[in-house]
Write a protein that binds this ligand. Structure first.
Ligand code: IMP
Ligand code: MG
Length: 177
């Protein structure tokens, strides 16, 4: 049993070594796409923190980072569909190559909203990099440029992903069952 949540953990779906290897590949791909340019990596708090730190170590460019926080699920495994910015950017993104880093794309509502919000600020380019993609949950159309792994329609925890703020520290991806 996963503490007192009423759920149990499923099997380990993605091991830390796999995540680190994928982060290196994506960091290299970003370095190639933006060769000789600067990038501003915008992490979406809190879930993207572990993945962001892995990816940026492999971006061989001038990298700046910033963070945003948006409203989350709360104590539920289903999205409310409402997006609220809780913490906005500290820096201007105008004319910059922006890469949004997110933990998981589920319905796509969050990234769809963030993408149009950030595009309104005139970046030079805007890419999306997500640790996980859960296409079964999709309700809003969104192109994810860099995907770590595609997962089935399960409630995922670990490696930054939480259930009611718990389990972000697990060094692997698992699910609640
Ligand atoms: P979306 O707006 O439905 O795409 O969901 C975005 C946010 O919901 C993600 O950034 C996560 O914080 C959260 N989320 C979606 N699916 C899961 C999951 O399986 N486990 C944990 N959090 C999730
Ligand atoms: Mg979350």
């Amino acid at each position: 049993m996963a503490a007192d949540t009423g759920f149990s953990f499923g099997e380990v779906m993605i091991h830390e070594e796999q995540i680190l290897a994928r982060a290196a590949e994506i960091g290299k791909a970003i370095s190639e796409e933006f060769a000789n340019e600067e990038v501003l990596v915008v992490g979406i708090l809190k879930g993207a923190v572990l993945w962001l730190s892995d990816v940026i170590k492999h971006i061989d460019l001038d990298v700046h980072i910033d963070f945003m926080a948006v409203s989350s699920y709360g104590a539920s495994t289903k999205s409310s569909g409402v997006v609220r910015i809780v913490k906005d950017l500290d820096t201007s993104i105008e004319g910059k190559n922006v890469i949004i880093v997110e933990d998981i794309v589920d319905s796509g509502v969050t990234l769809n909203y963030l993408k149009s919000y950030l595009l309104g600020m005139g970046p030079k380019s805007l890419r999306i990099c997500a640790l996980l993609d859960k296409p079964a949950g999709r309700r809003a159309e969104i192109d994810v440029d860099y995907v770590g792994f595609t997962v089935d329609d399960r409630f995922i925890v670990g490696y930054g992903l939480d259930y009611n703020q718990r389990y972000r520290n697990l060094p692997y991806i698992t699910c609640l069952i």
